[in-house]
Design a protein around this ligand. Structure first.
Ligand code: SME
Length: 146
């Protein structure tokens, strides 16, 4: 999948749809082979609450305190996290045995972190800077919908 085409497709989904978060999650999971599981967490107080997701299995991590795990670290710092090898990162909260790498992209509304996009990949080191910039743009587009 071409990242520019995906950005335009997602722009249209956001303009034309209701239930935007679920539709964007579905789009990402369906169109990028290295995105094995895609979810959006929403910040509620000091916790991240799992919102829409798509993937082969549900995760037990439906509530993650800010500061815990890779997800909680990204929410605390506001910086995108890329973990090339989840087994070698002490912060990692395991969800799926098949996961090899992960990216977490904070979603900001006027500098406040309101949520994040979390993607697990069954491929080691699956996420490049291109994924990071692409997903950060998608995060910006979604911030008004959280
Ligand atoms: N691995 C994440 C937890 C969420 S699952 O990947 C869906 C973490 O370490 O925070």
């Amino acid at each position: 999948m071409n990242y520019n085409k995906a950005e335009n497709d997602i722009k249209k989904i956001i303009e034309e749809s209701t239930n935007v978060l679920q539709k964007v999650v579905d789009y990402l999971c369906d169109n990028f082979e290295h995105y094995s599981w895609v979810g959006i967490y929403i910040v509620e107080g000091d916790d991240l609450i799992l919102g829409p997701w798509k993937g082969p299995h549900a995760t037990e991590h439906v509530r993650i305190p800010v500061g815990r795990g890779v997800c909680g670290s990204a929410a605390a710092s506001g910086d995108t996290e890329i973990v090339d090898d989840v087994r070698s990162d002490d912060r990692y909260l395991a969800c799926f045995v098949s996961t090899k790498s992960e990216i977490v992209v904070p979603i900001k509304k006027q500098d406040k972190i309101v949520g994040e996009i979390d993607i697990d990949s069954d491929t080691p080191s699956a996420f490049s800077d291109e994924d990071k910039y692409f997903l950060e743009k998608i995060g910006d587009m979604l911030s008004e919908h959280i």
